[in-house]
Design a protein around this ligand. Structure first.
Ligand code: ZN
Length: 240
C-alpha cells in the first residue's frame, strides 16, 4: 500500500512579489510557489498554496481539516489576517497540525498566539549570515553541515522575545557581531511548531538548497503523529 503523503499548505501574504518590481523579478509567482514546487518534488509531500487576498485567506475549515502542516510567511499585513482565521489555525495546531513560521512571521498573529510573548527582535539591513547547526542529530538538521552561509540576508538578532524553545537547532551569526536563535521548536497541544528566520523577500533565499532542505525536513518533523479533536470527551466514570 502506498504511504500517505504529507499534505502541506504554503501560506503567503503575497503582496511584496506583486507590488515591488525588484521582488517580483526574484519571485515572479511568489515565494510560496517556489517552496511548494520544491516540496512537491519530494515524493512524500503534496503541497498547495493559499494567500492573504483569497476569500478567508484561502484557509477555510475544509482546507485546514485536510492539512497536516501549514507554512506561514507574512510581513506588512499581519493586521489584515482575520482573527477568526487565526483562531481556526490555532485550534488545528493544538489538535496536531504542524506549523512552520518563516522570517517576518515572527510578528504574525498566529505565531504570537502560539508563543504568548511579544516576539520582538532586533534587526537591521543586510549582509552575510552564517547559520550554525547546533543540534546536528535533530531530524530538522538532517543533511545540513556544521554551518552554511547566505551571502545576502536581513539581520535578525537577539534579544528575540520568545518563550525558551524546547530545542534550538540553528543559531545565526552576522558580521556585525549579532547572534540569533534562528531555528527553534516548541510543542503546543498536540502540534509541533518550527520557527526559522531566514527568508527576507528581497534576497533569493528560498532557492537556497540548504534552506529548502531544512523546510522539507521540518515538514516531515512537524507532520502530525496523531490528530485529536479539541472538544472535551466524555469519559465514563470508573466502575466500582
Ligand atoms: Zn524581512
Amino acid at each position: 500500500m502506498e504511504k500517505k503523503k504529507i499534505r502541506v499548505i504554503v501560506w503567503n501574504e503575497f503582496r511584496h512579489e506583486r507590488h515591488n518590481e525588484k521582488i517580483k523579478k526574484i519571485y515572479p509567482e511568489g515565494m510560496h510557489s517556489v517552496i511548494a514546487k520544491h516540496l512537491n518534488s519530494q515524493g512524500d509531500i503534496v503541497a498547495g498554496c493559499a494567500t492573504l487576498d483569497e476569500p478567508e485567506h484561502g484557509l477555510t475549515q475544509e482546507v485546514l481539516d485536510t492539512t497536516d502542516v501549514i507554512i506561514w510567511w507574512g510581513h506588512g499585513a499581519h493586521r489584515e489576517v482575520k482573527d477568526e482565521v487565526v483562531a481556526r489555525v490555532h485550534k488545528r495546531v493544538l489538535e496536531g497540525m504542524g506549523i512552520i513560521c518563516l522570517h517576518s512571521s515572527h510578528f504574525s498573529k498566529i505565531f504570537k498566539a502560539l508563543m504568548g510573548t511579544s516576539c520582538v527582535l532586533n534587526w537591521r539591513d543586510g549582509g552575510k549570515e552564517r547559520i550554525w547547526t547546533i543540534e546536528p542529530s535533530h531530524p530538522i538538521a538532517e543533511g545540513i553541515g556544521p554551518y552554511f552561509e547566505l551571502p545576502g540576508t536581513e539581520m535578525y538578532g537577539e534579544r528575540f522575545d520568545i518563550p525558551s524553545p524546547e530545542k534550538i537547532i540553528f543559531i545565526s551569526w552576522y558580521p556585525g557581531g549579532e547572534v540569533f536563535r534562528s531555528g527553534c521548536v516548541w510543542e503546543r497541544g498536540h502540534g509541533r511548531v518550527f520557527y526559522f528566520s531566514p527568508g527576507h523577500e528581497s534576497f533569493p533565499i528560498y532557492y537556497d538548497q540548504n534552506i529548502l532542505k531544512i523546510i522539507t525536513n521540518a515538514v516531515r518533523w512537524t507532520a502530525p503523529r496523531i490528530m485529536m479533536k479539541q472538544e472535551c470527551q466524555n469519559v465514563p466514570p470508573i466502575e466500582k
